[in-house]
Design a protein around this ligand. Structure first.
Ligand SMILES: Cc1cc2nc3c(=O)[nH]c(=O)nc-3n(C[C@H](O)[C@H](O)[C@H](O)COP(=O)(O)O)c2cc1C
Length: 162
């Protein structure tokens, strides 16, 4: 059975989004046959994106959008435009408050993924677009991050293994 690779890319200046990234990775590992690879955004190469079956990106909320480092990776990814089509994507963010731009930040990441032709799964319950938390993730947010990782890995497994 093919092992699926889920790449978790994150930016984090003060460590909050980083904590979320590692919780997402724990969730990915709960799905049998899924490998989680966690990378800082400035250490992520285009080849890492190409090799992944699923790509989950986390950014701090900066002015209601993804950080410039995450945007830089997307802008760089024009070199492989068309080659991420059909890969599964998901996003998460840490913000400084509630209703202060977290959802728009997540959507800014998902929007770029859609332009790449990636597949995004919404969530019918709470946290429809991805996981957002205020500052460092509390226990509830950590659980949601794990669920995001596991659910994304589950969708990847369905698509890759049939
Ligand atoms: C340049 C900058 C812009 C920010 N813009 C927002 C914002 O629009 N809304 C918000 O809620 N928090 C904003 N924040 C706060 C961060 O999103 C918040 O501190 C987050 O937890 C940082 O995540 P990190 O620890 O992973 O760096 C901003 C912080 C910085 C440094």
């Amino acid at each position: 059975m093919k092992e699926t690779k889920i790449l978790i890319v994150y930016d984090s200046r003060t460590g909050n989004t980083e904590k979320m990234a590692f919780a997402v990775a724990e969730g990915v590992k709960e799905m049998n046959g899924s490998t989680a690879i966690v990378k800082k955004v400035d250490e992520t190469k285009l080849d890492d994106l190409l090799k992944a079956d699923g790509i989950i990106i986390g950014s701090p909320t900066y002015y209601g959008q993804m950080s410039s480092k995450v945007k830089e990776l997307f802008d760089e990814s024009v070199k492989i435009h068309g080659k991420l089509t059909g890969k599964v994507g998901a996003a998460f963010t840490s913000a400084g408050g509630t209703a202060t731009g977290a959802e728009t930040s997540i959507l800014s990441i998902l929007q770029a993924m859609l332009v790449h032709g990636m597949i995004i799964q919404g969530r019918a319950d709470n946290k429809h677009y991805g996981v957002a938390c205020v500052n460092a993730p509390d226990e509830g947010a950590v659980k949601l991050c794990r669920e995001l990782g596991k659910r994304t890995a589950g969708l990847v497994a369905k698509l890759v293994k049939g």
